[in-house]
Structures are given as structure tokens and as C-alpha cells.
Write a protein of this length. Structure first.
Lengths: 368, 631
């Protein structure tokens, strides 16, 4: 009696999951669990927390995957509006932590509204372009640019340069896939290059410091450069095959900063070496490939824009994190997708991938 | 809907697919950048980062070895170690140094002397080194400093091993002292490739035995290879190499004999060297006045240093080794033996002494110390009464070059080879030497006065003692040696240093006996040191001497009482005992002591009495017996 109910429910829930994508994500999460365990000094508490986060994130994945794309699309404008309101709230009432106003206290919990924007902005833009499918005019790109600019500027003045650029990037990917003309893209590039010195003048001291540290970490080896030097030592000393799981000295002896979160890549690199890194890179590329494949076959404007943006966005995070840990990008607070410890980032990621699966499995149901 | 929209849809779709391909390219480019970066870090620069990770992880902590002890022939401690707490400051971490010093002085007592010494050491050291401000802290001071440590940046209380010299002033020139390693020491250590053994060591031997035997005393530094975490905490010991303590050194020197000799000097300045003629072992080596070597261990304060250095008494001069004096009449026994050995005189050959000697065709008179002369003088009498005229003539007959050749058989004019750095070689003149040094020919008159140990001839008390020991044992020149044996720091195995015969002279026993007999009579009635020989229960062979400090013009009489104290002659005495089978030979020099017989010879007697009979002069407290532990 019960048996058919349960199996029907299970079938219903798994119907909208993309098998290959799920397998890749699980592989990444297994790797992540091993590295978090090692990076936390083999802490059972951390391990438990991580597994809980994973369980929660998988639930979110399944739930989001089951939401049909047209509903997702409709969620764009209200989510975006809430995000903007919260960002304004941050600007007015936000908590100051580490010299920046990023957190909004809501009763017992504090939230970081810029995290919501990472999803809300692409959703909003994709919804917007979807409305204008086949009738796109240059003016529409102007409106879209405004939609990007508002959260970008709000986050920028928190100040949080890294997140604001990542938000802008996610907005840009939507515009790019929507067909923003190459001339404008080139123009934006030139504008960006020209405004670099200007941006330097507007930067906060700590931001300049980070850029300077990137250019020459050894200038201040015990201060700002310490983290980056130590993580480069960890990566470099890992060599071809790594020092082995639980055997990284830079990791175990606490030389790597933030080693379970933002700098977990250094721990992984030290213990698993270049070989491990190539495996990890192939996994990430496979995820992106699968995402872009879904995008290729997406049946609607909304689905195409979202699938492409989620995929590129994902890889952008991978690149920014690995780039900063390996010393080619300035230090910005970006975790490594599916590897770093941390519930919020994992859930945000899973919302994205849930949408991707939804887009891929609701294909035939969506009408334009 | 119309066809333009359909057409638009198609255009948009194909444009989108193109963009997807661009996206793929973008991802691949970024991926390639990352992979190249990782290949650079993990393959190309792997060795570099590997070694950085190792040096991150591994700290080498030197374990300082215990410095070897120095004990006398009876095991009495002359130098040992004790551990005490010191207050040290790392200037680079201190910030405002003056404010810090003020703050410390409100907590514990800091004397002006502490401060002066600190400032001097500060000038000599590097910024990152720790410099001691106050040593030998009391338990209370340690507690106060520990409680206030949080507000004293750069201040550390460290347990350190200190060197202690219980003998103090008396042995300052023999044992020497250690002091903080300075730039010159460091440079030397680097040149000799020994610098790794001094990681963690703060002190090094500066003079005396401490300097000469530095390599043996220091020991081998051990290492703890520690794995440390990012905060520098030791996580575990990877490997441990224990330090090996330095060798303990036992000297030939007899501490009590040394004290007796020092005491016998009274207020006089001077030097004494006593040698075992059968081994060359140095039994006593006195330099008066001395200084307290303990002052130097921690760095001496500038005022005391200045005082020591500028004192007219020259306490910093190691007189037995570096004080050079004309031998005066102490040269006569050697000249007498030369006369017999070279066949220039027979024992019975005598001269009539009118109280002076003149060279042929010259009216210049070389005067005897005794106006009117000694009458008929043979070899024996010439020694006993120290007749100058006899030796003036003998010298002329011998010639300066033969004299130089013979006297060098006793080690005159050359370093004795004592196991201590800084020995002076003195000067034994010759024709060749004068030509080289002054580019002038030798004058016969110079030969005349060389016969009585005046003129160019200069000797150190060490040389004189070694020569006397050679005479005492019948011609064997043993290298004078301070260290008798050493005990290995690790195995505790004792190595006895065997006497080293530098060379052997083949002297005629009969001639030796003649000279010895004459020397014995020096301390008998009629001899120049009769007072010192009175009542001796053993036979002493000796010879007095006087070395001029100020030249006396022709026809002027030397009046001891009228000459300023520091212009008075130096008194000399060489002797050995018992004369028939000598066990101890010595040379005494008393600066401005006047006559050798009255000031220098009694000192020798006191030394002999203690060494041969165990007789302790009244007034010397018996020293506490501190035998070296752990034997």
C-alpha cells in the first residue's frame, strides 16, 4: 500500500534531477568532505557541520529543481526588489564588520543581502529579456544596464569591491548571452581600462593594499602578504603528487589562513598535488560543460540566459578563488565552489544548480 | 505574430549559440591560465616552495654545551659554571629604549654601572641580538619581571650559564676569562669554519687558558630539530643531537703554591714562574697585581675598564709571559757553564779584580757593582759573589756570537712554547740581529755589558724559569706546559699530556756540578742571597740579579734610597731545589725591588718551603677545599 506511494514520490522528486550533473556535484562534495576534514585538523564537529550543510544543500537542490522555469522566471522581479530593499537597508542600518557595512541584522540572524543579489540579479535580467524576446532593441540593454548598476553600486559602496564585481559579472553574462553587441562590449573594455587609474584613486586603503600585495607579496611578508605567501608555499610544496591526505605540513601546522573556507584550495593542492588539481579542474570543467550543454538545448530565452549565466558564473567563482589562492588575483572573500566549508555559499550554489536542472528537465513543459 | 519576429528569433538563437562557443573559449582560457599557474608553482618552483615549507616547519634550536671546568693539580676549581637568570633586552623589539629602561628601573634596581655596561654592549651588538642589562637576578626580581612582562616589550628573563673564577685576582692571567662574542671573534670563527658550533653560544675565551684552549673547553653544540606550528609553538621533536660538554682541564699549577707565592710578594709588583724541571709543568705563574676576571664575563663597565687599563701598576699585563726585562746577573750561571763548555775557562782560572774592567786601548771603565773589587776571583767565587769584572772579560773572550749561540741552548731569545697565546719572545742579541734591526755594526763594549745580562738582552720570567729548569735538570729543555691532563666531556676519559722535550743539550756533568755548587753557595754565608738560604732544610741553588731601570752615568753612584720608587732597579732571582735532585725551578722578578738577594730570593724561599715541605707562611688563610665534583 505504502510502497507505491513512496516510490512514486521518490520518482516524482528525482524526475527533475540531471543525473550526470548530480554525479559530478556529488564527486566534488565527496572530495570536499575529505579536504574539510583534513583542513579542520580532523575535527569531527567540522565534519558534522559540513555534512549537515551538504544535506541541507541537497534538499534545496531537489526543491529548486522541481520548480518549473516559468515560476522561477516570475520570481525574478520580486526577489530582485527584495534584494534592492535589503541592500538599501544595509546602507542605512547595516552592521559594520571588519570596517565594512555588509550585514543586515534581522532579529536573531544577520544576513548578507549581496549574497541574494548573486541569484536575484541574473533571474531578474533573464526574466526581463524573456519578456522582450524577438523584439530586443538597444534601449532594452540600457534598461538592463541600469538593473545591473543599482545593486553593483550599492554593494560597491559597502564597500565590497570583490562581490560587486562578481555581481556585475553575473549581470554582464546575461547581457552577453542576450546578444549585447560586440562594439559595446569592446567599448566597455576600453572604458574599464581607462577608468583603472580613476578607480585606484577611489579605492579604500585596504583595497589598494590587497592589490599591492598581489603585485609583490614579499614586500610585507608578515603582514598583508603573509596569507598569500603561505598559501603559495602550500601549493608549491605539494609538487606533482602532493604530500598525501592529512599530511600537508602547511595545513596541519596552521600556516594556511582560513584553511577550511576561502583558502581550502591551498590545503587541497598541498595534499593532492598537481595531479589532484588537474582532476579537480576536470571536474569543474565537466560541470561547466554540462551546464553549457543544457544551455545549448534550452527551449526558451529565459532558460538559455539562465543556463549560460549560471554556468559561466560558477566557473568565474572557481577562477577567482583559485586565482587568489595561487597568487594571481587579489584576495577577495570568495569561497571555492563545492569545496569550501560554509552553508550559505553551498545553498546559494545549489539554488543555481537546482535551477539549471529545472531548466534541463522541464524542457518540454515550458511554453513560449 | 509576423515573420520579422520569427526571423528575429532565428537570428537571436544563432547568435546565442555563437556566444555559447565564445563562453566555452572564455572558460578554457581561464582554465588554462590556472593550470599554467599551478604547473609553475608545483612543478617549476616546487623545490623552492618545498624548502620554504620545510624551513617554515622546522626550527633548529641549539643546545649549548657546558663549558669544561678548569682545575688545579689537586682538583681545586679554578673556573666553573653556574646558572643564573639575566635580564636581557632585544632592542629591535623594545621601541622607545629610554622609556623602557626607566620603566624597568621602577621595578627593580638598575645601577649606573649596569646601565654603562649595557650601553657599551649595545654599541658592540646588532639590533636583533639580545643584550644583557642585569645578570644574576634574585628570585624576587625574576618574579617581578615575570609579572610585568606584558608591558615590557623586548624584555626577556633568560636562564644562562655563567663562568665563575673562584680564585679571583690571583689566577687572572693564567686562567684568563671568557667574554661576549664580538665581531672580531665572529670573524675568526667564520674563517676557521667553527661558527656553526657557536650557534647559541654567547661567550668565548678571551685570554689565558680560556682563550688558548677554547676549542677543547667549549664543547660541541647540540641541536633540537623541532617541528613548529605557525605561532612558533613546538609541536614535536624531529631529532635531537645532545650537546657534548667541553673537556675539563687539569693544570700542573698548584693553587696553594700560587697563593703562597702571591702572598710572598707582599705589596711588590712583579712576576714569578715555577716549573717542574722534570716535566716542564708550570707549578705557579704569578703576575702581580692581577685583576678580577669575573668582571669580564658579563662585559666590563667602561669606568672599571679604563681604571684597569690606565693604572700605573699595569694589572692587565701578563708579566711572566709579556713582561720583558734584562736578565742581569741571573745570566751568570749560564755564562759560567758556557765558559767551561766552550773551554774558555777552567774552574781554577782566576783573575784579580780591581773593581772595574777596561777594554784594551781604552780608558773607559766597566765597573763592578762592588767598589774596589772582589780580589782574586775564580769561577766559583764569580757566581757566589756575582763578580761583574770576571764576566766582562769572559764575555770579551767569548764574543757575542758564541754567547748568543750558547745561551739559546737554554731558550733565551725565543718563545718558550708555553701553551698560552701572546707570549713575548724577548731578545737575545747577536751581530747579525743588530745589523738587521739597526743597520749598525756590533761594538765590543756591547759585548762587555752583555756578559752581565745588560744591554740588548731581554727575557721574560717564563724564559728565565725555563732556562733555570734546563740548568737544573742537566740540559733538557722541556716545553713549559700549563695543562697537565684533560678529561673528555663525553667519555670522561682522561688524557694525560706527556712532557714534551724540545731539545736536549749534552753538557759535561762535571761542569754542571761546578756551576750548581757555586749556585748553592749563593745562599750560603758569603753569597749574595745568604738571607734567603738561612735555615733551609734542603739545598737551594740560586742566583740573584738586578736589572737597571734607569741608566746610571759614569762616575755616579747608585743610591737606592734617593731614587724614586718606580725608578729603582728590578730585583731578580733564579733558583732550583733541592739542588742535588731538583723538583722545582723558578724565576722571580720584583719590579723596583732593588736587590735580588733581599727582595726576590725570600719569595723563592717561601715557594720552596711550601712546595717541598708543605710549610705555609703565617698570614695565609687555608683556602676552603672545593674539590671538583663529578670526578
Amino acid at each position: 500500500m505504502n510502497q507505491p506511494v513512496i516510490s512514486r514520490l521518490a520518482r516524482q522528486l528525482t524526475r527533475h534531477l540531471d543525473g550526470l550533473l548530480l554525479a559530478l556535484l556529488i564527486a566534488l562534495l565527496v572530495l570536499s568532505t575529505a579536504v574539510v576534514f583534513s583542513a579542520s585538523g580532523q575535527s569531527g564537529v567540522r565534519l558534522g557541520g559540513h555534512l549537515t550543510n551538504i544535506a541541507l544543500a541537497v534538499v534545496v537542490l531537489v526543491v529548486v529543481a522541481n520548480i518549473p522555469p516559468h515560476i522561477l522566471a516570475k520570481a525574478g522581479p520580486p526577489l530582485y526588489a527584495v534584494g534592492i530593499v535589503l541592500l538599501i537597508g544595509v546602507a542605512l542600518f547595516g552592521e559594520i564588520r571588519n570596517g565594512a557595512r555588509r550585514w543586515l541584522p534581522l532579529g536573531v540572524v544577520s544576513i548578507q543581502p549581496s549574497e541574494i543579489m548573486k541569484i536575484a540579479l541574473p533571474l531578474m535580467l533573464a526574466w526581463f529579456f524573456h519578456q522582450r524576446e524577438a523584439t530586443l532593441k538597444l534601449r532594452d540593454f540600457g534598461i538592463a544596464a541600469l538593473i545591473v548598476a543599482i545593486p553593483f553600486l550599492l554593494v560597491l559602496r559597502q564597500p565590497d569591491l570583490g562581490t560587486s564585481l562578481l555581481i556585475a559579472a553575473s549581470g554582464f553574462y546575461v547581457l552577453f548571452f542576450a546578444g549585447l553587441s560586440w562594439r559595446i562590449i569592446a567599448g566597455l573594455g576600453v572604458l574599464g581600462a581607462v577608468s583603472l587609474p580613476l578607480a585606484w584613486g577611489l579605492m579604500h586603503d585596504y583595497q589598494r593594499q590587497r592589490v599591492m600585495t598581489l603585485l609583490d607579496p614579499s614586500a610585507d611578508p608578515l603582514g598583508a602578504g603573509y596569507h598569500i605567501i603561505q598559501s603559495m608555499i602550500a601549493i608549491g610544496s605539494g609538487g606533482m603528487f602532493g604530500k598525501g591526505w592529512l599530511s600537508g605540513t602547511q595545513n596541519q601546522l596552521d600556516f594556511i589562513p582560513e584553511r577550511t573556507t576561502d583558502f581550502i584550495f591551498a590545503v587541497y593542492s598541498e595534499e593532492f598535488g598537481l595531479l589532484g588539481n588537474i582532476v579537480l579542474m576536470l571536474l569543474y570543467l565537466a560541470v561547466v560543460a554540462r551546464g553549457l550543454k543544457i544551455a545549448e538545448h534550452a527551449p526558451s530565452m529565459f532558460a538559455r540566459l539562465m543556463a549560460g549565466t549560471i554556468s559561466l558564473n560558477f566557473f568565474t567563482y572557481v577562477f577567482v578563488n583559485m586565482g587568489m589562492v595561487s597568487g594571481i588575483l587579489p584576495v577577495v572573500g570568495v569561497p571555492l565552489p563545492f569545496m569550501s566549508y560554509g552553508g550559505t555559499a553551498l545553498v546559494t550554489l545549489m539554488i543555481g544548480f537546482g535551477m539549471l536542472m529545472s531548466l534541463s528537465t522541464h524542457r518540454k513543459l515550458l511554453k513560449t | 505574430m509576423s515573420s520579422p519576429e520569427i526571423k528575429n528569433l532565428h537570428i537571436e538563437l544563432s547568435q546565442y549559440l555563437t556566444r555559447l562557443k565564445v563562453g566555452v573559449g572564455f572558460v578554457l582560457v581561464l582554465g588554462l591560465i590556472l593550470v599554467s599557474r599551478l604547473i609553475y608553482l608545483q612543478l617549476i618552483k616546487h623545490d623552492h616552495y618545498q624548502s620554504l615549507a620545510e624551513s617554515n616547519r622546522i626550527a633548529l634550536l641549539p643546545a649549548i654545551p657546558n663549558r669544561g671546568l678548569i682545575v688545579d693539580r689537586n682538583g681545586r676549581i679554578l673556573a666553573d659554571n653556574f646558572s643564573a637568570y639575566t635580564l636581557e633586552i632585544t632592542v629591535s623589539k623594545a621601541g622607545d629604549l629610554d622609556a623602557l629602561l626607566d620603566q624597568i628601573s621602577t621595578l627593580i634596581e638598575i645601577t649606573p654601572k649596569n646601565l654603562r655596561r649595557f650601553k657599551r654592549l649595545l654599541d658592540e651588538s646588532h639590533e636583533f641580538e639580545t643584550v644583557p642589562l642585569k645578570s644574576k637576578l634574585t628570585d624576587e626580581e625574576v618574579a617581578i619581571l615575570a609579572a610585568n612582562r606584558y608591558r615590557l616589550p623586548g624584555v626577556e628573563v633568560k636562564a644562562r650559564l655563567f663562568r665563575n673564577y673562584p680564585a679571583g685576582e690571583g689566577l687572572s692571567h693564567v686562567v684568563g676569562y671568557i667574554g661576549r662574542i664580538n665581531d672580531a671573534d665572529l670573524k675568526k670563527l667564520k674563517e676557521e669554519g667553527r661558527v656553526t658550533n657557536y650557534k647559541g653560544s654567547t661567550h668565548i675565551g678571551k685570554v689565558g687558558i680560556e682563550q688558548t684552549y677554547e676549542n677543547l673547553l667549549h664543547g660541541r653544540t647540540g641541536f633540537d630539530q623541532m617541528e613548529t606550528d605557525s605561532s612558533g609553538r613546538a609541536v614535536r621533536v624531529l631529532s635531537h643531537v645532545s650537546p657534548v660538554a667541553g673537556n675539563d682541564l687539569m693544570l700542573h699549577l698548584d693553587m696553594e703554591l700560587q697563593r703562597v707565592a702571591e702572598h710572598a710578594f707582599g705589596d711588590y709588583r712583579g712576576g714569578l714562574v715555577a716549573i717542574d724541571p722534570n716535566t716542564g709543568g708550570v707549578l705557579a705563574m704569578v703576575s702581580k697585581p692581577g685583576f678580577d676576571p669575573n668582571l669580564f664575563v658579563d662585559g666590563i663597565d667602561p669606568a672599571t675598564w679604563k681604571e684597569l687599563n690606565e693604572s700605573l701598576d699595569k694589572p692587565m699585563v701578563n708579566r711572566p709571559l709579556r713582561g720583558i726585562y734584562p736578565p742581569g746577573s741571573t745570566i751568570k750561571p749560564f755564562m759560567a757553564l758556557a765558559a767551561l763548555e766552550l773551554g774558555l775557562r777552567r774552574p781554577q782560572d782566576a783573575i784579580a779584580d780591581p773593581g772595574f774592567y777596561s777594554l784594551p786601548n781604552s780608558r773607559h771603565r766597566y765597573r763592578d757593582w762592588k767598589a774596589g773589587g772582589h780580589g782574586i776571583v775564580d769561577l766559583h767565587k764569580s757566581v757566589v759573589q756575582s763578580c761583574d769584572t770576571y764576566y766582562y772579560r769572559l764575555a770579551v773572550d767569548m764574543g757575542i756570537d758564541r754567547m748568543q749561540g750558547f745561551l739559546s741552548k737554554f731558550g733565551f731569545g725565543a718563545k718558550s712554547g708555553l701553551d698560552m697565546q701572546g707570549e713575548s719572545s724577548g731578545l737575545l742579541p747577536s751581530r747579525e740581529w743588530k745589523q738587521k734591526r739597526w743597520n749598525k755594526p756590533w761594538y765590543l763594549g756591547e759585548t762587555v755589558i752583555a756578559g752581565i745580562g745588560q744591554g740588548y738582552h731581554l727575557t721574560t720570567p717564563m724564559q728565565l724559569a725555563a732556562a733555570t729548569a734546563t740548568l737544573a735538570n742537566g740540559g733538557t729543555f722541556y716545553r713549559p706546559h700549563l695543562v697537565k691532563s684533560m678529561k673528555d666531556g663525553a667519555t670522561r676519559q682522561e688524557t694525560v699530556i706527556s712532557p714534551e722535550v724540545a731539545w736536549k743539550n749534552d753538557f759535561h756533568p762535571e761542569y754542571l756540578k761546578r756551576v750548581r755548587d757555586a749556585m748553592v753557595d749563593v745562599l750560603k754565608p758569603g753569597g749574595t742571597a745568604v738571607g734567603a738560604g738561612a735555615g733551609a732544610q734542603y739545598t737551594i741553588a740560586g742566583k740573584t740579579g738586578t736589572a737597571q731601570v734607569v741608566g746610571i752615568r759614569q762616575g755616579q753612584k747608585y743610591d737606592e734610597r734617593r731614587v724614586a720608587e718606580r725608578h729603582r732597579d728590578h730585583a731578580l732571582f733564579v733558583a732550583f731545589a733541592p739542588a742535588e735532585s731538583p723538583r722545582i725551578a723558578l724565576a722571580v722578578l720584583v719590579e723596583n725591588g732593588g736587590h735580588g738577594g733581599s727582595t726576590a730570593a725570600p719569595i723563592a724561599r717561601a715557594v720552596f718551603d711550601y712546595y717541598l715541605l708543605g710549610k705555609r707562611p703565617a698570614g695565609i688563610p687555608v683556602s676552603e677545599e672545593h674539590e671538583s665534583a663529578g670526578d
